[in-house]
Design a binder for this molecule. Sequence first.
Ligand code: SAM
Ligand code: DTB
Ligand code: SF4
Length: 318
Amino acid sequence: MTELRHDWTRREILDVFGLPFADLIFQAQAVHRRHWDPNSVQLSTLLSIKTGGCAEDCKYCAQSAAYETGLQASRLMDGVDVRRAARKARDSGASRFCMGAAWRELKDRDLDAVTGLVRDVKALGLETCMTLGMLTDAQARALKVAGLDYYNHNIDTSPEFYGQVITTRTYADRLKTLDAVRAAGMKVCAGGIIGMGESRDDRAGMLETLANLEPHPESVPINMLVPIPGTPLGSVEPLEPLELARTIAVARVLMPLSYVRLSAGRKSLSDEAQALCYLAGANSIFYGDMLLTADNPDVAADRALFDRLGLKAAAGGA
Ligand code: SAM
Ligand code: DTB
Ligand code: SF4
């Protein structure tokens, strides 16, 4: 029986981070193999159901209205188009469909439309996930009633670094929405972004917040910054892939039963770097040619890499 801990200190986490690479990967593999099929990876497909024009100032984001990124803002997508995209994702092998909206928070006037989308996607036999910004308790309950399986809401970084990345909402706001999601009985998807110029201490701090949530988030996306020209983080020095593999390995050690998702930023990774991330315990990816606004490896490239590594898509679906 693995003891699930929720009392990790920053020092302990930094010590895991700083292990010799082989020792860290060995530890992550040991944890991973106790709980998961090491050759199986869960596939989630993303769709931006409402793009751009967002009121928040997240310094990494293509969709903030605060920056000139050349992105065309759009209204909430029609159900017919969402269903078409979800069917295509299912037929390509995804088990979960994640719908994202560039909103600061969900407005009650949009609640019927988004719960309708949840029902539609669920009816196709897919697991459902949404990321719509901040939620009230009542909105979270309504999404749960509609059948939403996961809600994604990232804490993005450490409490200390957060203020350098976003000023229009607080870390406490993020945690409050995560509480609402949990209280409504949905699965929590919460992670963050690395490669924004933060220190390793900040990366440890982000994992400390996540690992000390009780229970752990069921899904932990680790995004590598996709630099977006026009945003304040558009020309940050890229983080080395080995540090991404380390971050994934530490997440795996801290949160043994959670899906750890190798998320945004795969397009810039070599096949070898991705293989290291799978070895470090990543067991979920975004699958499909697009993230929300940025490119992702195409389906053919992922299938070819899975074949070479002997990986298979995890069976799933709702
Ligand atoms: N507006 C909602 C929110 O922020 O909660 C949902 C959509 S938002 C685009 C979802 C997450 O994507 C963000 O919290 C952030 O962690 C991640 N993200 C956004 N832009 C990114 C980028 N350029 N590179 C890496 N991750 C990014
Ligand atoms: C998450 O952690 N990463 C996804 C999803 N949750 C919504 C979003 C990644 C966005 C990458 C940049 C873009 O496509 O604009
Ligand atoms: Fe808006 Fe979400 Fe982008 Fe922040 S990350 S600007 S909240 S869409």
